[in-house]
Ligand binder design. Structure first.
Ligand code: B12
Length: 454
């Protein structure tokens, strides 16, 4: 069977890699979704993997089936691609976050949808297709063994910051209202056998790799066993996790010893009330500074995920946040505009306030709803302004000097350095400037962290 697996690209991700400098390559990694589907395909099938961010799609290709991996933001482009292949009589299957959370909509654009992970579902679908009895809906099994030894040779190493990405766990037990992940995994957290993950990491040819997990340390005992297994391999890795791990000295030690050099933590906001409305009250802003210091003491830099546009956000939130980020010592930020992704709890709450239904705009970069306390334009401009200010060269330099003073400041400097420069490049590529909707000086001087509540 000839199978084409395609990852569509959209918005500012189009044309990545065209420039020599600041070409976005530093943000390109993973492709685990389609590599996993490729691995689950029959051994005698011929698989072509296309990442539209860097490869062209051959619409005249001779394929028996086309599989598309689809996020909400890439759905319009995926629908276009699907239409072209279907007009040539080639069946199209969709999987990934958008079709899994919105299968009926996806089915109006394709022949079958795989809901959830591909395990068990994809092999069954291919068998049914070959027998001429493919069904419209297949449900994957997240508890089934995850295939290792992915066919990474199907993607070109030089087009990615790394092709050494993997995951030890899937999903998250938290119920953050805005998040697709808890819905996708039905608020479950699945762990792969430690020995499988350790074996996979050992086989990586390079020192650096990425865990794309949603919350790597949510199961504490599992994480401790994993870190013990990884220790001594001399690897360096990044991941995403919840802030609570900062208070667990033993786990932090193990994490650092196993080679963790950086973490992405969804701080989201410095406003307890906003966090509460999103069911994320386990983040306590008064403790952020201490948490960051603990990571730094272990040689781990901290990237903060931030969201603007909560109902409690007013015009002062941008300058206030910028000032607080500096006070708590954050190394890099990833800013998102609150986005009610279809299929999430937030989408259900905001249904009446959505003013833009173009799914291509559901990429955390556009305001698609009517905010409560500020105008939509202020939200857009304020978010851009924060990114622009945070990544101005003088601020980057100041942060790097501060980082050098941490215990592994010199030996791990490469990571915050590369990431800060990559984000700087992104502000240039996206042409971000923005304006502070409030009077910057008036607000930033009044931004003070409340004393830590123990
Ligand atoms: C790595 C990553 C990226 C990478 C690479 C993505 C890639 N193509 O490989 C980059 C940096 C490019 C990226 C970009 C974006 N991302 Co992203 N990304 C991730 C992350 C962290 C891991 C993805 C991954 O590799 N998972 C591991 C694989 C094995 O799992 P999987 O993707 O779910 O795939 C399984 C199933 O879904 C299914 N499946 C998936 N596709 C298909 C296709 C077929 C045919 C079949 C049968 C099955 C199938 O089978 C797979 C194997 O079991 C996820 C979070 C997450 N939990 O997945 C976010 C995530 C997918 N991204 C997200 C978003 C919003 C984005 C961006 C829009 C915005 C941004 N933050 O910049 C952009 C969009 C890019 C664009 N416009 O083209 C959201 C999507 C939410 C949604 N409802 O759409 C997520 C869930 C993050 C989040 N918590 O909100 N991302």
């Amino acid at each position: 069977m000839k199978i084409a697996l395609i990852c569509p690209s959209s918005g500012p991700w189009n044309g990545i890699g065209k420039n020599k400098v600041f070409n976005g390559r530093s943000f390109r990694f993973s492709m685990l979704s389609l590599l996993t589907v490729a691995r689950l395909s029959p051994a005698d099938s011929q698989v072509t993997l296309v990442d539209e961010q860097v490869d062209a799609i051959d619409f005249d290709g001779d394929y028996d089936v086309v599989g598309l991996t689809v996020m909400t933001a890439t759905a319009p482009r995926a629908f276009e691609i699907a239409g072209r292949f279907r007009r040539c009589g080639i069946p199209v299957v969709m999987g990934g976050f958008y079709p899994s959370l919105n299968p009926q909509d996806a089915l109006t654009h394709c022949d079958a949808v795989v809901v959830g992970p591909a395990m068990e579902a994809w092999p069954q679908l291919i068998e049914d297709l070959a027998a001429g009895r493919m069904q419209p809906l297949y449900h994957g099994n997240a508890a089934a063994p995850v295939p290792s030894q992915l066919p990474r040779h199907l993607i070109a190493r030089h087009k990615y910051v790394t092709t050494n990405a993997t995951y030890a766990t899937m999903g998250c037990r938290n119920h953050c209202q805005f998040c697709s992940v808890s819905r996708f995994y039905d608020a479950h957290h699945y762990c792969r056998p430690v020995e499988d993950v350790v074996g996979e990491v050992k086989a990586f040819s390079e020192k650096f790799f990425i865990f794309v997990d949603d919350n790597l340390t949510q199961d504490r005992d599992y994480a401790a066993a994993l870190f013990r297994g990884l220790a001594g391999q001399g690897k360096h890795w990044l991941t995403q996790l919840s802030i609570e791990v900062a208070w667990d000295d033993e786990l932090l030690d193990l994490m650092a010893q196993s080679g963790c050099v950086g973490v992405f933590v969804g701080l989201e906001s410095f406003n307890d009330k906003a966090l509460g409305t999103q069911d994320k009250a386990f983040n306590v802003p008064q403790r952020y500074r201490d948490a960051v210091a603990r990571f730094h003491a272990h040689g781990i830099f901290v990237e903060a995920g931030l969201m603007f546009g909560f109902d409690d956000d007013d015009a002062g939130v941008f300058a206030r946040t910028l000032s607080l980020l500096d006070q708590i010592g954050i190394d890099t930020i990833l800013v998102s505009i609150v986005t009610p992704l279809p299929g999430t709890a937030l989408h259900e709450q905001m249904r009446d306030r959505i003013r833009d239904t173009n799914l291509g705009h559901y990429d955390y970069r556009h305001v698609v709803f009517e905010p409560k306390r500020i105008a939509a334009e202020q939200l857009q401009s304020g978010a851009d302004w924060v990114i622009h200010r945070f990544y101005r060269p003088s601020a980057i330099l100041r942060r790097l000097v501060r980082w050098i003073a941490t215990p592994k400041g010199l030996s791990h400097l490469i990571y915050p350095l590369v990431l800060n420069l990559a984000f700087y490049g992104r502000t240039r590529r996206f042409g971000l400037r923005g304006r502070d909707p409030a009077m910057q000086s008036a607000v930033s001087t009044s931004a003070k962290l409340a004393p830590a509540c123990a």
